[in-house]
Design a protein around this ligand. Structure first.
Ligand code: B1M
Length: 185
């Protein structure tokens, strides 16, 4: 058990997302979920400390991003990593948190006028809420004013295209590349 926790620790330090996922899954498979949940909370406090170091100072904003985990979904570790990486690259982030209703996304889009709306979902049952959100943005006449990117463990490039998203990233680091390309498109 200690071996897998050490591998998770090393992968986090190295920013190795794939390594973290593989080893966390191994840890879960070996029934150490309680330890994982403590680790998840520890990760959150670590991210708060990392934030000021990753943020660039005195740099022109790369663009404004409204981000949130869709309605019905409480997972936010991946979404927070995406926020952190985008912020580190100079994006201005408005994070709406988890379990965000479609109406709230629409309200904030009207208020904040971001360049990008970023949606995260971790459950196969809630990923459909991404389509519901995109449809609502379209129905409100806002679709041509904002680029929409999606991500989260069950989300694929094919699914992203199918629901009408402009961009997809499988991880936080590539989310920055995708966001930059959406801004420049
Ligand atoms: Co939940 N959970 N969970 N969970 N949980 C999963 C996702 C699950 C795969 C576990 C399993 O069964 N093996 C499973 C989903 C199955 C499915 O739908 N196919 C599951 C389930 C079933 C549930 C509950 C229903 C359990 C229950 O109550 N019966 C419940 C649902 C609650 C709800 O949301 N309504 C639930 C609850 C929870 C906790 C609250 C206990 C906790 C969340 C704590 C938190 O987030 N604050 C939790 C956790 C921790 C997990 C696992 C163990 C870890 C998720 C995680 O944080 N991964 C997960 C199992 C697993 O993944 N091994 C599991 C690390 C994170 C860095 O990765 O979130 O994938 P990830 O983010 C990545 C990429 O996906 C991507 O970048 C990130 C960094 O690389 N990414 C984006 C994410 N968002 C992006 C957005 C982008 C771009 C990239 O652009 C906008």
């Amino acid at each position: 058990m200690e071996d897998v926790l050490k591998k998770i620790f090393d992968a986090v330090l190295e920013g190795d997302f794939a390594g973290v996922k593989v080893n966390v899954q191994t840890a879960l498979d070996t029934k150490i979920e309680p330890a994982m949940l403590i680790a998840a909370r520890a990760m959150q406090s670590g991210m708060a400390l990392l934030k000021p170091y990753l943020q660039k100072s005195n740099v022109k904003s790369s663009g404004k991003v409204v981000i949130g985990t869709v309605k019905g979904d409480l997972h936010d570790i991946g979404k927070n990593l995406v926020s952190l990486m985008l912020e580190g690259d100079g994006f201005e982030i408005k994070d709406l948190g988890v379990d965000v209703p479609v109406e709230e996304f629409v309200r904030v889009l009207k208020e904040e006028k971001p360049d990008i709306l970023a949606l995260s979902a971790l459950l196969t049952t809630t990923m459909q809420m991404m389509k519901t959100t995109i449809d609502a943005v379209t129905a409100e006449g806002l679709r041509d004013q904002v680029k929409i990117m999606v991500g989260g463990a069950p989300v694929t490039e094919t699914y992203a295209t199918k629901i009408g998203a402009d961009g997809f990233s499988p991880d936080a680091s590539r989310a920055v590349t995708v966001a930059k390309s959406l801004i420049n498109s």
